[in-house]
Design a protein around this ligand. Structure first.
Ligand SMILES: Cc1ncc(COP(=O)(O)O)c(C=O)c1O
Length: 504
């Protein structure tokens, strides 16, 4: 039977000539989409935007129709499918969908989106089988719950990862030499990488096996202990909180700025007290803290957390050399990586000696409750090699960011990086603000693009504190991070931008 059914695109002329038949179907409503329209709103709507609509004809009789249009740039919205009650279960809905998809592909659209009522299991099964994914649930104006379906029409050939390190094959030779040399723990590479960083920052450097352990070491060297308080911005990864809690001190959360996600002066003012023994000030996502010296007015040590901003300058000063102490991370996703690794940076000789002592794990006459946090020679070798390419890595990140900005600037997407912070930003992350980051990430996944919430969960929420921290909570609600790294080529960046536009 279905062979006899022809699918025609519904243009204005056919619509007017077939209007009576179309409206008759409205009273036989079935399928996905909205409830029947009145004659009046049907005419108005179809004139305005439903330009991807189709009719199913059997001889001269209309037996079904679908309505659709381009909603967001690059995405078609499949509004409704209606099949005459006498012709249901004969594959007419599927035929209408297939024609719609073909037309969308011809027009170069990237995805198809629609909403379907939850009780309609037959239709839902058909769409799932046709490659649609449920990316969320929404409530319609009629208070009926709907599945939110999405299908990417163009997919990447492979997944574009959220982060990726740049590693050179030439490292092999150096690693082989180290293996042959047989000295893997405290050989010349650790000393040499420390020296490189000391020359760059003009401070003393102790390499560690992670950024969080560098922080724990630094806090202990400052004498932070049980009963003390440490100020932490809560829009931050969990490991920072772990380091603070390991000292026995209490973390006190100071809010961030709404526009750069860095610790705010006001947030700090509200939370600092006589018990505060250290302030952790992280340059987040590659953006240097703009008023760093104002954070230092309290005679409380400020620890610069440069895990996400190593290599940047601000006002002619190097990030990592602004406060009494800094920590670096060389974790795999970072601007410069050794796999895992970190460093404690300080200008203070006394703090440096205390930290060194805390790293003593052998050859001591007296017992020391120290930590085995040292970096080894293999990792230090990677650090030396990576450091040579840091300016090039930063340049690449900035180029990609400029490209994203150019593509996204004419769109309605709120994006703080479109407006400010470009000059000193290293673009460790490219953050966009969207209404529902999880839903957009799920849609991007269908295009083979991995996007993530930049912080998995804010720290006060992790500790289940009954406290709302306004800018942090807002950042968590809206921020999404798109892939950005030196190995992301122009084609991939173009694809990410297109997929992002199609996923909103
Ligand atoms: C801002 C910030 N601080 C500290 C750390 C901890 O560094 P690591 O992972 O090397 O322990 C991270 C880590 O990912 C970070 O993003």
């Amino acid at each position: 039977m279905t062979e006899e059914v022809k699918i025609l695109q519904l243009n204005r002329e056919t619509m007017i000539s077939k209007l009576e038949g179309i409206l008759a179907l409205e009273h036989n409503w079935v399928g996905i989409g909205e409830r029947p329209w009145t004659d009046e709103n049907f005419l108005r709507e179809i004139n305005n935007k439903w330009d991807l609509s189709f009719l199913a004809m059997r001889r001269d009789e209309i037996v079904g129709y679908s309505i659709g249009f381009e909603s967001n740039p690059g995405v078609a919205y499949f509004g409704k499918v209606v099949v005459d009650k006498n012709y249901r279960g004969m594959g007419i809905g599927k035929k209408l969908l297939t024609e719609f998809e073909k037309k969308c592909a011809d027009l170069g659209l990237s995805g198809i989106h629609f909403k379907s009522q939850i009780p309609n299991n037959t239709a839902n099964k058909m769409y799932t089988e046709a490659g649609y994914h449920i990316v969320g649930h929404t409530m319609g104006d009629d208070r009926i719950n709907r599945y939110d379906f999405f299908k990417a029409l163009k997919t990447a050939t492979s997944t574009i990862k959220h982060s990726k390190p740049t590693l050179d094959v030439e490292y092999r030779q150096g690693i082989e030499d180290l293996l042959k040399g047989g000295r893997l723990a405290d050989g010349s590479m650790v000393t040499s990488f420390e020296q490189t960083l000391e020359d760059y920052l003009g401070s003393k450097v102790i390499l560690t096996n992670s950024g969080s352990n560098a922080l724990l070491l630094g806090l202990k060297a400052l004498g932070v202990k049980e009963g003390d308080e440490v100020i932490v911005p809560p829009y931050m990864c969990m490991s920072v909180l772990q380091s603070v809690i390991h000292t026995g001190a209490k973390p006190i959360f100071a809010d961030i700025n709404h526009d750069d996600f860095n610790i705010s002066k006001k947030g700090l003012e509200e939370k600092i007290s006589k018990n505060t023994k250290a302030i952790i000030a992280a340059h987040m996502f590659g953006i240097p803290i703009k008023d760093f010296d104002q954070l230092r007015q309290y005679s409380t040590p400020v620890i610069e957390d440069c895990a996400q901003c190593f290599g940047a300058d601000y006002d002619g000063r190097k990030i990592g050399a602004m406060g009494e102490m800094a920590i670096l991370s060389f974790y795999a996703t970072k601007l410069l990586t050794t796999g895992r690794g970190g460093a404690l940076v300080t200008k203070n000789e006394d703090t440096y000696q205390k930290a060194k002592k805390l790293m003593t794990t052998d050859e001591s006459d007296k017992f020391i409750l120290g930590h085995s946090f040292q970096m080894d020679d293999l990792h230090a070798y990677l650090g030396i090699q990576q450091f040579k390419r840091l300016p090039e890595f930063i340049k690449k990140r900035r180029e990609i960011a400029a490209f994203y900005r150019q593509v996204l600037q004419d769109t309605a997407h709120q994006n703080m990086f479109l407006r400010r912070f470009d000059e000193n930003n290293l673009f460790y992350r490219y953050i966009v603000l969207v209404d529902d980051p999880e839903r957009v990430a799920n849609k991007l996944k269908l295009f083979g693009v991995e996007a993530k919430k930049p912080i998995y969960k804010p720290l006060h929420q992790l500790l289940c504190l009954n406290e709302s921290i306004m800018n942090t909570d807002l950042a968590h609600k809206y921020a999404l991070s798109l892939p950005i790294y030196p190995l992301l080529n122009k084609e991939d960046a173009k694809f990410v931008a297109k997929a992002f536009l199609a996923s909103n």
